[in-house]
Design a protein around this ligand. Structure first.
Ligand SMILES: *[C@@H]1O[C@H](CO)[C@@H](O)[C@H](O)[C@H]1NC(C)=O
Ligand SMILES: *[C@@H]1O[C@H](CO)[C@@H](O)[C@H](O)[C@H]1NC(C)=O
Ligand SMILES: *[C@@H]1O[C@H](CO)[C@@H](O)[C@H](O)[C@H]1NC(C)=O
Ligand SMILES: *[C@@H]1O[C@H](CO)[C@@H](O)[C@H](O)[C@H]1NC(C)=O
Ligand SMILES: *[C@@H]1O[C@H](CO)[C@@H](O)[C@H](O)[C@H]1NC(C)=O
Ligand SMILES: *[C@@H]1O[C@H](CO)[C@@H](O)[C@H](O)[C@H]1NC(C)=O
Ligand SMILES: *[C@@H]1O[C@H](CO)[C@@H](O)[C@H](O)[C@H]1NC(C)=O
Length: 920
């Protein structure tokens, strides 16, 4: 019980409390002997047998499979997780939290024979299925927790019949649809937890009729619309969490009038306008106000200074429209322990000493604010988490030397030069350090200076660090050192880091071979990225451990074959060896790696067939398949793409990588390769990028027909089969690729007509059929007609717009002019670095924020600009570039869902970065 309670992030969760109270009363009472009624015992015994008990804790802590300890010859009232009414012997409480139950809860489950249950807690089990209507048979329930049980489907309306319910927790499931109206009957409900589902619809008005509610948590769902104007009926509300939905409009003043309110959690929505508030005096109890990552604009409201009880204030991404901000507003809030003012878009320069009066601050994020940090500054507050990213800081902040509570420091994207001071490593609690994107050249002190610390994470990427490579402490789990000037061999000292999980050394000048030492810690390493160095030799088998999830060796001079030992990496999701000299046949054995999502073999010396008569390849989760520019040969059988499920279905590819660790977002741990055009540096980050699905087999010697099964890949966005020796006709079934945005079949030997059906592919923004032997009229369809003529060039028998040749008897005008134009356009490369949702290790923090919403706000014609739908690319992140430029760039680009398809080339640069070339 304690375990499950503490796991939850909720600050107040009386459900746990109530369960505990019941527990102690009933357990005490149940010491009386032989209470268990046979019918109840039988029901329990049957219930146990309905599930397959299986599983383990990933962190290795011992598991508690409660039902396995039930013994038939023991009184069932003393079984684990059971409490009985001492008088009647009826089972009144069943608590099987986290008991590794697997299997659906059926509507005829014997659970529903335990009619007298008051408390039912099945949280954190795998009951994947529908929540059956018969749940309403348990009509005396007061507390019901089914949190984290993988339920899906609708919330049954029969729940409304559980009229004694006071606590209902359905959080962390996959419930969809709207909340049933019948919930309005739950007049006694005090605590409602529906967070982390996919529930949609407007704000559920039935809640307004449930006047006993003290806690409402509907965060992380898909609610939308405005909040009701009058919320005063919720007169006992203490905790209100609607974080991470799509609510918009203004926040009704009536909400702020509720006198009992302590915590308001409304971040990550689309609320807008200046904030208005009623009678301030009633708000003195408010302790927690999270409004960050909305579309609020205008000055920061002065009334905030009157909320003297505040200990948590998040106004991140409030758009002050470059106005001046009066930071003294915050100085009255003496109880503040958490303050996030990141990216409030102000021109004000702030002296950090202003905050020295806030003596309780433990968390401070002032990213994006132009800061003055005086060398004599002293902050007395015991800051533990400090984020000063993009603050125009030019000198290493000296005051940190006295911040002995500091555990997390992010001073990335500033202009700090020179050496990292040696005292930093003496801060006793420091664990996470991000000094990326500065101009550091080295570390002050002796070679072993960092080894004295207990750093878990060190991100020094995108600086100008030079040799010697630092010696790292044994505690290091994440080391990110890409984009520096390290050279020579990859140091063997890395081999001794027993805890290392993530090693990123891309974009340096390392040479020599990959060290053979990795077997020492091969059991732990899950991310190894060594791309864009000058590594040579073969890849040592022993460097691969079975924890590997992401391996990126692209852009080196590796030769030999792909190591067979990868076959043991059943967790492998990302494999990129592009631009090397690997001379191997197609690694058919990769089909055994069922978690593989990205496979890039581009530009190597792979050869031979990519299909084998022995078996059909099936890559159930693969969404990026790039084997271009090799020497693959042979004919593809028509069923070739039959088992590529992820590309044929909309499935949730779960990002297995934890995005948070130890309760804290880790910030920007990975650098994209920054490409600039007109000063624009851009990166798209978001787990939604898993929609990006592509097949690129171009530049090989594949022959025969294009496999018919390609039309099964209905989710495909980019298909490039150009520059091969494909023959035969283009199949009309390509029309089934309704999501296709880019299709390149150029430079083959295709014949026959371009099927008219392709005119129906409305997203198809870029296509190329040139250099084939196609004939007949070019199909009608706005997308096709808007292509440049070069897309159809060199098909002697093709005619119709956009070619000059009219069908029938046309003249012979060339398309030379057009091609020149295109060539020029190609030179003005507009690159967009885009992150695919696959982000290994740890990633992506609060700092990042929904720039998407700011972007909507700042674009002059925001209505015309359809941003990526709410989830895909949910987060855009700005880098060094100035905000205004960034926003302009985004507007210019008119970033749409089709963007990916418009790119003339797409390259997977690292596990989380795609480069889209020539998007305009
Ligand atoms: C419940 O129904 C399923 C079929 O839906 C059946 O297989 C199962 O035996 C039934 N269980 C009980 C306890 O009746
Ligand atoms: C709720 O209970 C009433 C009366 O007992 C019954 O008629 C109704 O069908 C129940 N509703 C649901 C949704 O189970
Ligand atoms: C709230 O309750 C009132 C009276 O009981 C009823 O008329 C109204 O329809 C209810 N509203 C909702 C949204 O359930
Ligand atoms: C790190 O661990 C290795 C192997 O466990 C050990 O030999 C070495 O002394 C440790 N180094 C430090 C600085 O603790
Ligand atoms: C995979 O692991 C097993 C057991 O550890 C080992 O015997 C086998 O050689 C490994 N396979 C490869 C190809 O390395
Ligand atoms: C690839 O390796 C084979 C022998 O395994 C060799 O015959 C061939 O020349 C190599 N190809 C290249 C391009 O090095
Ligand atoms: C394409 O879709 C049509 C209609 O949806 C269907 O009849 C046809 O069989 C599909 N073709 C393929 C190859 O899936």
């Amino acid at each position: 019980m304690m375990h499950s309670c503490s796991q939850r992030r909720r600050m107040i969760r009386s459900l746990c409390l109530i369960f505990s109270i019941y527990n102690s009363v009933l357990v005490f009472a149940s010491h009386a002997k032989h209470l268990c009624r046979p019918d109840q015992k039988e029901a329990l015994w049957e219930f146990k047998s309905e599930f397959y008990v299986h599983g383990f804790h990933s962190d290795g802590t011992p598991v508690d499979k409660k039902t396995e300890r039930w013994k038939n010859n023991i009184d069932c009232c003393s079984w684990d997780g059971i409490s009985c009414d001492p008088k009647t012997g009826k089972v009144v409480e069943l608590d099987l939290t986290d008991s590794f139950l697997n299997g659906p809860l059926r509507s005829n489950s014997s659970l529903f024979r335990l009619q007298h249950l008051h408390i039912l807690n099945l949280g954190s089990n795998n009951l994947s299925g529908i929540l059956p209507d018969s749940i309403s048979n348990l009509k005396y329930l007061r507390g019901l927790s089914l949190s984290g049980c993988s339920f899906y489907g609708q919330i049954p309306s029969s729940l409304g019949n559980l009229s004694f319910l006071t606590n209902l927790d359905l959080s962390h499931n996959d419930f969809v649809g709207e909340l049933p109206d019948s919930m309005g009957n739950l007049k006694q409900l005090t605590d409602l937890g529906l967070d982390h589902n996919k529930i949609s619809g407007d704000f559920p008005h039935v809640l307004l009729n449930m006047s006993e509610l003290t806690q409402i948590d509907i965060g992380s769902n898909q609610f939308e619309g405005m909040l009701p104007a009058n919320m005063s009926s919720l007169s006992k509300l203490v905790y209100f969490d609607i974080n991470e939905n799509s609510f918009y409009g203004s926040i009704p003043p009536s909400l702020f009038m509720i006198p009992s309110l302590i915590q308001l959690y409304m971040g990550r929505n689309s609320f807008s306008g200046p904030l208005e508030i009623g009678n301030i005096s009633s708000l003195s109890t408010l302790g927690f106000l999270a409004l960050g990552e909305n579309n609020f604009n205008g000055p920061i409201p002065r009334f905030i200074s009157k909320l003297v009880g505040l200990w948590y204030l998040d106004l991140a991404l409030w758009n002050t429209e470059k106005g001046k901000v009066d930071f003294s507003i915050f100085l009255h809030l003496k109880s503040l322990t958490f303050l996030d003012l990141s990216y409030i878009n102000t021109r004000s320069r702030v002296d950090l000493s202003l905050f020295s009066d806030l003596m309780s601050l433990g968390y401070l994020d002032l990213s994006g604010i132009n800061l003055k940090v005086s060398p004599t500054l002293h902050l007395l507050s015991p800051i533990e988490i400090l984020t000063l990213s993009s603050c125009n800081i030019a000198e290493f902040p000296k005051f940190l030397e006295m911040q002995t509570s500091l555990s997390y420091l992010d001073i990335s994207a500033n202009q700090i030069k020179g050496q990292v001071p040696k005292w930093l490593w003496r801060l006793p609690l420091l664990r996470y350090v991000n000094i990326s994107q500065n101009s550091f050249t080295g570390f002050e002190g002796s070679a072993g200076i960092i080894q004295r610390s207990e750093i878990l994470l060190l991100d020094i990427s995108s600086n100008t660090f030079q040799d010697p490579f630092p010696l790292l402490p044994n505690s290091t789990k994440f080391f990110l050192g890409s984009n520096n000037q390290f050279s020579g061999k990859i140091p063997k000292t890395i081999c001794k880091l027993v805890s290392l999980d993530t090693l990123v050394l891309s974009d340096n000048n390392f040479s020599g071979s990959i060290p053979r030492c990795f077997e020492n810690f091969s059991t732990k390493l899950s991310v190894m990225h060594l791309r864009n160095n000058s590594l040579s030799g073969t890849f040592p088998e022993e460097s691969i451990g079975d924890h590997l999830k992401s391996l990126d060796l692209g852009g080196n001079r590796l030769s030999g074959v792909l190591p067979k030992s990868l076959i043991n990496c059943t967790r492998l999701e990302f494999l990129n060896v592009e631009n090397n000299m690997i001379n191997d046949t197609f690694p058919f054995w990769l089909r055994l790696l069922t978690n593989l999502q990205v496979l890039v073999l581009r530009s190597n010396e792979f050869h031979g067939p990519i299909s084998s008569p022995g078996f059909s390849l099936s890559f159930p989760k693969l969404r990026i398949f790039d084997i271009s520019k090799n020497r693959f040969t042979g004919v593809l059988p028509s069923y070739y793409f039959a088992g590529w499920t992820a590309m044929s279905l909309v499935i949730d590819i779960v990002d297995i990588m934890p995005s948070r660790f130890e309760g804290r977002d880790s910030g920007n741990l990975y650098n994209s390769v920054s490409m600039t055009a007109k000063g624009l540096v851009m990166e798209l980050v978001g787990s939604g990028f898993t929609i990006y699905k592509t097949i690129d087999v171009s530049g090989n010697k594949l022959q025969g027909d294009i496999p018919e099964s390609i039309s099964l890949l209905k989710e495909l966005i980019v298909l490039n089969m150009s520059n091969n020796a494909f023959t035969g006709h283009i199949s009309p079934s390509l029309e089934n690729l309704t999501n296709l945005q880019s299709l390149d079949l150029s430079q083959n030997r295709l014949s026959g007509e371009i099927p008219p059906e392709l005119g129906k592919l409305t997203f198809l923004a870029r296509m190329n059929f040139s250099y084939n032997m196609l004939e007949g009229p070019i199909p009608q369809g706005t997308q096709i007609q808007s292509q440049s003529s070069s897309s159809f060039a060199d098909n002697p028998m093709l005619c119709g717009v956009p070619l000059q040749e009219t069908c029938g008897r046309g003249d012979d005008a060339t398309t030379q002019e057009q091609e020149d134009e295109d060539g020029e356009k190609d030179q003005v490369l507009s690159w967009i670095a885009a992150a695919i949702g696959y982000v290994p290790g740890v990633f992506c923090g609060v700092v990042i924020g929904h720039i998407l919403s700011s972007y909507k706000r700042d674009c002059p014609n925001s209505k015309d600009v359809k941003p990526w739908s709410s989830d895909p690319l949910s987060v855009l992140r700005r880098r060094r570039s100035d905000t205004a430029e960034f926003m302009e760039g985004l507007c210019d680009m008119n970033l749409r869902e089709e963007t990916l398809g418009q790119a003339s080339s797409v390259r997977v640069v690292s596990p989380h970065v795609l480069l889209l070339r020539d998007v305009m």
